[in-house]
Design a protein around this ligand. Structure first.
Ligand code: DC
Length: 218
């Protein structure tokens, strides 16, 4: 069974999706982390986003492994632990452009379908309920107020030793939403049959309970 959790950045998707997976005993997949790994590789290789051949070669060489160890999500890129590196501002500021490339999306979607197929899986991203698993049994679409999201992002960054002002973060979040929503290939969009959940006033526990109860009471 697939539980798809989509929505814009900093709506509490990652934190709640991990807990929903744990409570249901399902595998957890963070597709944003996968796009972040590709972005890190592109940056390290100084690859131009218009060089289709170079991107094709890079995708062939990229091996991404994602594993939950206790409460921590460990992301390995070709066997290197990049869990912290992929959350750095440099990666964040380039990930929308990289993830808008049709070549990159096609490759990632194929991998995501292979991982999720025939498994009980909670998958979070932007296009899970619309493109990756349009037949997912449960689809949630999380939204939240921009300032609440900026505050949450500020706390996430603090945890990895980065400082940013709320104004800068609001601007960054809005820019990324616009980019993710307006790209021509599988844009960020609520699936018609997704349940929308505004998390602005909710604690993580309340978000998790809402989703787990929906699944359990089905
Ligand atoms: O959830 P996140 O912030 O880690 O995602 C990083 C970026 O990856 C986000 O700006 C858009 C992109 N993304 C995507 O295009 N499709 C997904 N399924 C997941 C993420």
């Amino acid at each position: 069974m697939i539980v798809a959790i989509d929505g814009p950045a900093a709506t509490g998707k990652s934190t709640s999706a991990k807990l929903v997976a744990r409570k249901l005993g399902f595998t957890y997949m963070d597709t944003g982390a996968m796009y972040r790994c590709v972005t890190l590789s592109v940056l390290r290789g100084h690859i131009s986003l218009t060089d289709e051949q170079a991107i094709k070669l890079l995708l062939k060489d990229v091996d991404i492994q994602i594993e939950m160890i206790e409460d921590a999500l460990i992301v390995r890129l070709n066997n290197e632990d990049v869990s912290m590196l992929i959350r750095k501002p440099k990666v964040t500021s380039h990930v929308s452009a990289v993830s808008a490339l049709p070549q990159v999306r096609e490759h990632m979607v194929t991998i995501q379908r292979q991982i999720g197929e025939n498994k009980d899986c909670v998958i979070e991203g932007r296009d899970i309920g619309t493109i990756v698993f349009p037949n997912a049994k449960f689809k949630f679409f999380l939204v939240a107020d921009d300032f609440v999201r900026a505050k949450r992002r500020q706390l996430d960054l603090k945890a990895i030793g980065e400082e940013k002002s709320i104004d800068d973060l609001v601007e960054e979040i809005r820019r990324r939403d616009t980019y993710d929503s307006e790209r021509s290939h599988s844009p960020l969009k609520k699936a018609d049959d997704a349940i929308e959940l505004d998390t602005s006033q909710l604690s993580i526990e309340e978000q998790v309970d809402f989703m787990v109860n929906r699944v359990k009471n089905y």
